[in-house]
Ligand binder design. Structure first.
Ligand code: ADP
Ligand code: ZN
Ligand code: ZN
Length: 730
């Protein structure tokens, strides 16, 4: 009977293609009990691809005769749990990204290629014959005898045998005689009795206890606590509870926050298995971490952005630390926000989600006001430490030395004199951002971008910070041959040079992407600074995350003005966050910390408000302004970006897309326009912005315009993307 139950259920399969839909396949008999979330190999055009079953359908959407059968089933058990699969389908709709590519992003590379999801460890085990055989019989094969005796005592894994230097032919000989056999080793049962290694003499404060108590039940919590207020301690206690309930916890951290120092907090506290997931893992390491999470061996998973897709058979808690951080948003391909997906995942799994920050994103604070998140605050530093104090140093009419005011130098000297350390922040690497010819006004520019080249003294190069182009330094002007070329402005290298010459006896350590490229370089500096001797640290925002410098008492910020007059509506929010994050490095332990901001904008009201009244008041002011202007989070944005090596093509493509008015006139369509940097890495860019107070209407309009884009005659001549909730409009 051909028309049995399974044959009239078609398989809806997501395959890794740029097409925004699933594909129907005919099932085979083996598909009778197949569950969504399993991988299947399917024919696709001339290719064979690994797809994922997302569901079933009854009626074909194409001509029945065109439907093809699957090639093989790869998994018996789903590689994506029901909750993760739902999360991915939701994300595909929300971010308007092809479902096949979303699912591919959710799996480690090896699984995308179709390797087995789990390869249980095999171990060499003794057989009944092996147990009873007379050992004298092996007298003339001493190696075989030795191995047999070991296996009689306990089964051995492949690695253990290799470590003891037994050659494969020894094993084969014993296998052939049927004295031993390979058997599957099951994951070690977890020792439930020991979760805590050490509390390190910390007992939570009253406020911390209240926070820990609150985040017991499912929901999203915004933990707003100043730097050093004990947020991490709250995470640790909440995780402890989850572990005692025999569940797992997933902790997301910003890309550069995943420092050995930060990890130590977890490994010192907990005796359970912890997996760390980040972009630096090899495919094999990544698969192992995935497997250990999926089989429940790993109880805590700490990872960056993509770790939000880690399988958790027993989920208990999700934490997003530094939730405001930009690195949670993926900026190419599948442009998702890991923080927002974590919140959605928490809802689907029905578990608590904690978003923590000293400077929460405005949209998160807004969600608290709407009642979607519960706000928990920790307004004070923990016992012993005082909050840092802020001071604006007006640069107007001040004497400067290499861009640093003499008043600031005096303060630095005083601090060093008391045996303390000083951190000097400047958010630009290299020596100077501009190389300028005073004779003809020529400026060194990138040939591939609308951008200036940064002068790097150490590498003797001019480097484009947007596309990475390197050019060797030259001595004379490219336009008038003058030898008077001047580096203008300052970067970390110049500040390092200036401070080294002013303080020749004090070590100056520079921390930026250039000095930390070598593996272990950053750890070396952190170690040297850790001795507590007077020192100056010069660095970019790499300094602001994850590192703990207990002897830094003064933080000096040299160039924070740009964000206060930028045209980007998010720049002000980001500057405020950065100032408090970097400033929070000052005086984390017994010593009172000071922060000095060198600025031309000492009267700027927002800057004043930030340092006098604190982040919450500052955030409220910006929110009020955004409300007035109908900007996010009071409206929602979606940005179409296009680029092409030919000038005008990207713009014409988006003109095609925007030609027809939207069917819903309440959704605004702005552009297309060229971004401030029109040309980047040899491509000309254009963008089209959609904005609406209603998410639903916005998404409908975006769908409409994606269809229009797919019909454009220029579709094949551009690279284009859809960015929902874009991090910036540049
Ligand atoms: P945050 O994550 O908010 O920056 P941490 O959790 O790192 O703050 O806490 C700052 C410092 O205070 C750490 O050294 C931590 O060990 C310590 N600490 C946290 N909570 C307490 C507490 N209740 N009692 C004493 N020390 C604490
Ligand atoms: Zn460039
Ligand atoms: Zn010149």
């Amino acid at each position: 009977m051909p028309d049995s139950q399974f044959t009239n259920r078609l398989l809806d399969v997501a395959v890794p293609t740029p097409l925004r839909k699933t594909f129907q396949y005919l099932p085979t008999e083996a598909c009778a009990n197949l569950k969504p979330g399993c991988r299947i190999r399917v024919p696709f055009g001339q290719q064979k691809l690994v797809g994922i079953l997302v569901g079933f359908s009854e009626t074909p959407t194409v001509d029945q005769s065109k439907l093809r059968s699957i090639i093989e089933i790869i998994d018996q058990e789903p590689v994506l749990s029901a909750a993760l699969l739902r999360l991915c389908i939701w994300a595909s709709n929300y971010y308007h990204h092809p479902i096949g590519d979303v699912l591919v992003n959710a799996l480690p590379v090896s699984l995308r290629k179709g390797v087995p999801a789990h390869n249980p460890q095999q171990e060499l085990t003794i057989t009944r014959m092996g147990n009873t055989v007379d050992l004298d019989k092996l007298g003339r094969a001493p190696k075989q005898l030795a191995l047999l005796q070991l296996v009689r005592q306990s089964a051995l894994g492949k690695d253990e045998i290799r470590d003891r230097n037994f050659q494969p032919h020894i094993i084969s000989a014993l296998l052939k005689k049927k004295f031993v056999t390979w058997q599957r080793r099951d994951p070690e049962p977890q020792s439930l009795h020991q979760v805590i290694r050490s509390y390190n003499q910390i007992s939570p404060s009253h406020r911390q206890n209240r926070a820990i108590e609150l985040i017991k039940s499912p929901g999203t919590y915004l933990l707003h606590g100043i730097t050093g207020s004990g947020k991490t301690e709250v995470y640790l206690r909440a995780i402890e509870r989850v572990l005692n309930d025999n569940k797992q916890a997933l902790v997301l951290v910003p890309e550069i926050g995943l420092t050995p120092q930060a990890l130590t907090r977890f490994t010192d506290r907990f005796a359970v298995e912890i997996e760390v997931v980040h972009s630096g893992l090899t495919p094999k390491e990544r698969l192992t971490a995935w497997q250990n999470a999926a089989n429940g061996t790993a109880r805590i998973i700490i990872g960056t952005r993509s770790a939000v897709f880690t399988p958790l058979p027993n989920p208990g808690l999700l934490v997003v630390d530094e939730e405001h951080d930009g690195s949670f948003k993926q900026q190419d391909g599948f442009r998702y926000s890991a923080r927002d997906l974590a919140v959605m995942r928490g809802q689907l799994e029905k578990i608590p989600v904690v978003l923590g920050s000293a400077t929460p994103a405005l949209e998160s604070l807004h969600n608290c006001k709407l009642g979607k998140y519960k706000l928990i605050t920790l307004p004070e530093r923990t016992a012993g430490a005082k909050k840092e104090s802020y001071r604006l140093l007006n640069m107007r009419n001040r004497e400067l030395q290499g861009g640093i005011s003499t008043e600031l130098i005096k303060q630095i000297r005083a601090e060093l004199g008391q045996g303390n350390q000083v951190l000097v922040f400047i958010n630009r690497r290299g020596f100077a951002p501009v190389l300028y010819c005073p004779d003809c006004h020529w400026i060194a520019k990138c040939s591939r971008c609308d951008a200036r080249l940064t002068y790097h003294l150490e590498q003797r190069s001019l480097i484009c910070h947007h596309c990475g182009t390197h050019t060797s330094i030259f001595d004379n002007c490219r336009q008038c041959q003058s030898f008077q070329l001047l580096p203008l402005g300052m970067g970390t290298e110049r500040v390092e040079e200036t401070l080294s010459s002013i303080f020749p006896t004090v070590p100056v350590y520079r921390i930026d992407r250039d000095t930390t490229r070598r593996k272990g370089a950053l750890a070396d500096v952190v170690h040297k600074v850790g001795t507590g001797k007077p020192a100056i640290l010069v660095g970019t925002q790499m300094l602001a995350k994850g590192h703990h410098f207990p002897d830094v008492t003064l933080v000096a910020m040299l160039d924070i003005d740009a964000g206060f007059f930028s045209s980007d509506y998010k720049a002000m929010e980001r500057s405020g966050q950065l100032i408090l994050q970097v400033g929070g490095r000052a005086g984390r332990e017994a010593k009172q910390g000071k922060v000095i901001l060198q600025t031309h904008l000492a009267d700027q009201p927002m800057l004043q408000q930030l340092i006098k009244e604190g982040y919450s008041v500052f955030a409220d002011t910006i929110l009020a302004e955004r409300k007035l202007n109908g900007l996010p989070p009071f409206s929602f944005h979606c940005l179409f970006r296009a680029e092409s090596p030919q000038k005008h093509t990207a713009m014409q493509f988006l003109e095609d897309v925007s030609r027809e008015p939207l069917s819903n006139p309440s959704v605004e369509m702005l552009g297309p326009i060229a971004p401030v940097m029109e040309k980047r890495a040899g491509r000309f860019r254009a963008q089209l912005l959609f904005s609406s107070r209603s998410r639903i209407l916005l998404h409908q309009s975006v769908d409409e315009k994606i269809k229009a884009a797919q019909l454009s005659r220029l579709l094949n001549r551009v690279r284009w993307s859809v960015d929902v909730d874009p991090a910036d409009l540049a």
